[in-house]
Design a protein around this ligand. Structure first.
Ligand SMILES: NC(=O)C1=CN([C@@H]2O[C@H](COP(=O)(O)OP(=O)(O)OC[C@H]3O[C@@H](n4cnc5c(N)ncnc54)[C@H](OP(=O)(O)O)[C@@H]3O)[C@@H](O)[C@H]2O)C=CC1
Ligand SMILES: Nc1nc2c(ncn2[C@@H]2O[C@H](COP(=O)(O)O)[C@@H](O)[C@H]2O)c(=O)[nH]1
Length: 327
């Protein structure tokens, strides 16, 4: 594979501005039958999202994906979201019991608007079978399948019926897949996204490796319809993780879905736990993301996200931070 690069290696090139204020720029995106305020979704991880955050996001026009690590709560969750006239967006795995769960939803006519098949190595017959099972029993649900890192995988999952694919194996902040297995898109996630996007005929969600708000615009430039983010959404007042205090400063836990902390055992561990600085309210982060993305659209010379897709770029090989820390 030629031209391998990652987020920090790229700068997008400005085009002539056509707005008088950044507030004229529209960051909304349509995925399936619904339009959302931002092309950003907090990761479906237990220290990133819970029921309260899901309700907040849905009520305020943001996309969300609930995690799958309390399976017994999913049915009530969908019913509760629908009772509030909000979209229901859940995750499933591929183990035997998940087949029964999908059939139960179908039998009870409970149809989540979005279902994300969330496993580490999504280019597999297990995921293909689950896509087909969901499409057979819940044909109205929009199916996001992942995670993958190659054009072949994108094509196969789309062909099986996935409505969108999720790209990113190993670029996550609490991921240790790249270290423990030697595989993945860690270190070249943006190039992998471009590679996959060229093969895709349906939306792609870029997952993992976003470290700054500018990386959202770069993901859109290289083919993402939506971006899934964990670490930037960890550490908020509302975040589910445990809070600790160290040297008078507050920190919150952020752990991988394949970590020992999530699994409760040391088996096939591919994730770790870290503590991130407490960073105020989720609402402020979402607002800042929107403003930064509006600014990105203005630099792209347009008024909508699509403008970013056509801008030129340069490869600056690890130099955009000029040796500075990110923040
Ligand atoms: N995006 C990423 O880079 C990664 C994300 N994760 C996250 O961690 C969570 C747990 O993922 P996962 O372990 O897949 O979920 P599960 O523990 O639910 O495993 C799903 C199924 O896939 C099998 N499986 C898992 N990994 C592989 C593999 N490399 N090759 C073949 N079969 C495999 C498992 O069997 P068995 O366990 O017996 O092998 C199991 O049957 C998910 O939320 C996932 O998104 C994990 C790693 C990487
Ligand atoms: N390899 C692993 N990847 C994981 C694990 N838990 C979650 N993830 C992935 O990371 C992203 C979030 O990345 P970030 O850079 O924004 O923090 C998440 O959406 C998953 O795809 C894990 O235990 N191991």
């Amino acid at each position: 594979m030629e031209n391998v690069f990652d987020y920090e290696d790229i700068q997008l090139i400005p085009a002539k501005c056509i707005v008088n204020s950044r507030s004229e720029c529209d960051t909304s995106v349509t995925l399936g039958k619904h339009t959302f305020k931002l092309p950003v979704v907090p990761a479906n991880m237990q220290t990133i999202i819970d029921e309260k955050i899901a309700i907040y996001l849905a009520e305020n026009g943001y996309f969300y994906v609930m995690h799958r690590f309390e399976p017994e709560k999913r049915l009530t969750f969908i019913k509760d979201m629908h009772a509030r006239e909000l979209i229901a967006s859940i995750s499933v795995g591929v183990k035997d019991e998940e087949y029964g769960f999908i059939e139960q939803l179908s039998n009870d006519n409970i149809v989540p608007e979005y279902i994300t098949i969330d496993i580490a190595h999504g280019h597999s017959n297990a995921v293909i079978k689950m896509i087909q099972h969901i499409k057979k029993h819940l044909p109205e649900s929009f199916v996001i399948a992942g995670n993958v890192g190659t054009p072949e995988a994108v094509r196969e999952l789309e062909h099986a019926g996935a409505d969108a694919t999720k790209v990113g194996i190993g670029p996550g902040k609490v991921c240790i897949t790249k270290i423990k297995t030697g595989f993945g898109t860690g270190g070249w996630q943006l190039a992998a996204l471009r590679w996959c996007a060229k093969a895709a005929s349906k939306p792609i969600i870029a997952d993992g490796g976003i470290r700054t708000n500018g990386d959202i615009a770069k993901s859109v430039r290289f083919g993402a319809s939506m971006v899934m983010i964990g670490s930037l959404f960890a550490g908020h007042e509302e975040s589910p993780g445990q809070t600790i205090e160290k040297d008078g400063k507050a920190f919150k836990e952020y752990f991988g879905s394949a970590s020992e902390f999530q699994k409760g055992e040391k088996k096939n561990v591919e994730g770790k736990k870290m503590f991130v600085e407490h960073k105020g309210s989720l609402e402020d982060t979402l607002k800042e993301m929107e403003q930064d993305l509006q600014s990105s659209i203005s630099y792209a010379g347009g008024t909508k996200l699509e403008a970013i897709r056509n801008v030129d770029y340069v490869v600056v090989k690890n130099s955009i931070f000029n040796g500075d820390k990110v923040y």
